[in-house]
Design a protein. Structure first.
Length: 225
């Protein structure tokens, strides 16, 4: 069960989202404006925020920017709107929003966005920000499971949650880098040229790095995506 904050000035939408998310087993806090959202964020420390863009006092993008500027954007935020332009959605994601949902929101899109948001939230609680951002960027759309991930998992995002963090930084970094290169090898079907291009490494350096990490260079060709 997760703590989810829903911020929307429309009473009907707040109630609907509360009902859906509550049925999914989550604890849902409601706010109808930015002032209530600020208070709820401090009081509840939500795992995820669903934030409407158009609100009467302070709009959602301004509130998102405020949280980001003050170091309070410690949870994933999903923006919602029925009137926002593409430019507004792009601006929100640049500030730090995880995703944008266009109203009316379908149940399937809502639940998928919430699932992705909570997966990101789990990563943010366990890994440093410098590791979370590239990790999510490379793995959140993939079903590939890195060999170095511990335990049975079903998706790339779930695999990232199984990195063992109670170890020296160098070992943890090597484990992440190995998973990162295994992912790209699988995605590029073992092509070192394309992996070098994707990762920004010169081929010779890439070979040395893979050998150092003990990456199986035949894995990508066997399990090409």
């Amino acid at each position: 069960m997760a703590n989810i904050l829903v911020v929307d000035d429309e009473h009907g939408i707040r109630d609907l989202l509360w009902e859906i998310l509550n049925d999914e087993g989550h604890n849902v806090e409601l706010a109808e404006n930015a002032a209530q959202a600020r208070s709820a964020r401090t009081r509840e420390r939500p795992d995820l925020v669903l934030l409407d863009i158009w609100m009467p006092d302070t709009d959602g993008v301004t509130l998102l920017k405020e949280w980001s500027s003050n170091g309070l954007l410690t949870m994933p935020v999903i923006m919602m709107s029925g009137h926002a332009t593409i430019d507004t959605a792009v601006e929100a994601t640049k500030i730090g929003a995880l995703a944008f949902l266009e109203k009316p929101i379908t149940l399937q899109k809502l639940l998928k966005a919430v699932e992705q948001g909570l997966a990101r939230s789990s990563l943010q609680r366990t890994l440093p920000v410098a590791v979370v951002r590239p990790l999510v960027a490379t793995l959140e759309t993939s079903a590939y499971v890195p060999a170095s991930a511990a335990g049975p998992v079903e998706t790339g995002l779930q695999a990232t949650q199984n990195f063992v963090l109670d170890k020296p930084l160098r070992e943890a970094r090597d484990e992440f880098e190995k998973a990162y290169f295994e992912y790209h090898l699988a995605r590029e079907n073992g092509s070192m040229t394309r992996v070098a291009e994707k990762t920004g490494l010169e081929r010779t350096h890439l070979y040395r790095k893979l050998k150092q990490l003990g990456v199986d260079l035949t894995r990508g060709k066997r399990n090409g995506i």
